[in-house]
Design a protein around this ligand. Structure first.
Ligand code: HEM
Length: 323
């Protein structure tokens, strides 16, 4: 009897482990480039056209779109849970504190409407997020990678799941590596994907601790920031990559190397031998050329986290609502 109980409990533990690893798997089985070639051949062109229009009106939308895909993938996998609205049962992911500054939902909705016109019910919101992130980077810097598609949309989105899955900006390098490893990503992915901070901004609220309780910040830069961002302040926002925050390139690494990285997590990239070496390499203009290739590879890997494919999930009609 005791042996049977033990076998049963080992089996149950294995089941739980399998389920957990399934949520964070990065094998991307079921995804492929050109998934919509026959079912919706102009999906990618329609997405690009809509995103180009949005970015031409407001270039900062590019950063918002890139961040949306990341925040989607790290919580429940890349299945568009970040786009869902709250329900009677409680807050959705977008209501979680770390997600309150997410933007770009309207652009994703516009892309979805544009695509639905030619092929209703075919293209998932999760794929639109992945395409939008790529297009945003391409339109701001020319970096390009092929996006695998075939993701399906999830039906669950819970604000209470945010803190255990997204990295906090005050994480040290050990916490950052652990967080990425829990998603199947390496420390190379960590340092490469942090390069997303080549575009976009962070609020005074976000950088307060770094400014007032953290030393490794270039003193001239710190005093410039302190003039505009007072202790406990919320606004304004500051470029994550000072002077280059609308262009996707390797300049971010130069800023980090000069102790001008805005976030504690960006500065932390200097605290590990391998990530520091990468920052150093990319901060010289010759090596900077490899950033685009590395970024594409790591984005592809991130885009595979916990995807739903085949008959899992659904293709949402509207990205903010389950069908
Ligand atoms: C390594 C861990 C990371 C941490 C701790 C982190 C944290 C943050 C924080 C705190 C902000 C500013 C929020 C605000 O003040 O409004 C931000 C902005 C941003 N993050 Fe990250 N991030 C990380 C990785 C990533 C990754 C992997 C991507 C994309 C692949 C990304 C893309 C962005 C972008 C584009 C912005 C600017 C958004 C905008 O301007 O609206 N981040 N991040």
């Amino acid at each position: 009897m005791a042996v049977q109980k033990r076998v049963l409990s080992i089996f149950l533990i294995q089941l739980v482990l399998l389920a957990v690893s399934g949520l964070n798997r990065v094998d991307g089985a079921g995804l492929r480039t050109g998934y919509y070639d026959e079912s919706c051949p102009d999906a990618e062109t329609r997405a690009l056209k809509t995103i180009r229009k949005a970015i031409s009106k407001d270039v900062t939308v590019a950063a918002a779109l890139l961040r949306l895909h990341f925040h989607d993938c790290f919580v429940r996998g890349c299945e568009a849970s970040v786009l869902l609205n709250a329900t009677k049962e409680g807050g959705a992911e977008k209501d979680g504190f770390l997600n309150l500054s997410l933007r770009g939902f309207d652009v994703i909705d516009d892309v979805k409407s544009a695509i639905e016109k030619s092929c209703p019910g075919v293209v998932s919101c999760a794929d639109i997020l992945a395409l939008a992130a790529r297009d945003a980077v391409q339109l701001t810097g020319g970096l390009f990678w092929k996006v695998e598609t075939g993701r399906r949309d999830g039906r669950i989105s819970l604000s209470k799941e945010i803190d255990a899955n997204l990295p906090f900006s005050n994480f040290n390098i050990t916490q950052l590596k652990q967080n990425f490893a829990s998603k199947g990503l390496t420390k190379k992915d960590l340092v490469v994907l942090s390069g997303a901070h080549t575009i976009g901004s962070a609020s005074c609220l976000t950088i307060n601790t770094r400014l007032y309780n953290f030393t490794a910040l270039d003193p001239t830069f710190a005093s410039e920031l302190k003039k505009k961002c007072k202790p406990g302040g919320i606004l304004p926002v500051f470029e994550l990559d000072q002077g280059s925050s609308t262009i996707s390139d390797a300049h971010f690494y130069k800023a980090v190397r000069q102790n001008r990285g805005l976030l504690i997590s960006d500065a932390a990239l200097l605290d590990d031998h391998a990530t520091r070496a990468y920052v150093k390499r990319q901060s010289t203009s010759a090596a900077g050329a490899t950033f685009g290739r590395d970024f594409g590879k790591s984005m592809e890997k991130m885009g595979r986290i916990g995807v739903l494919t085949g008959s899992e999930g659904e293709i949402r009609q509207r990205c903010a609502l389950v069908n």
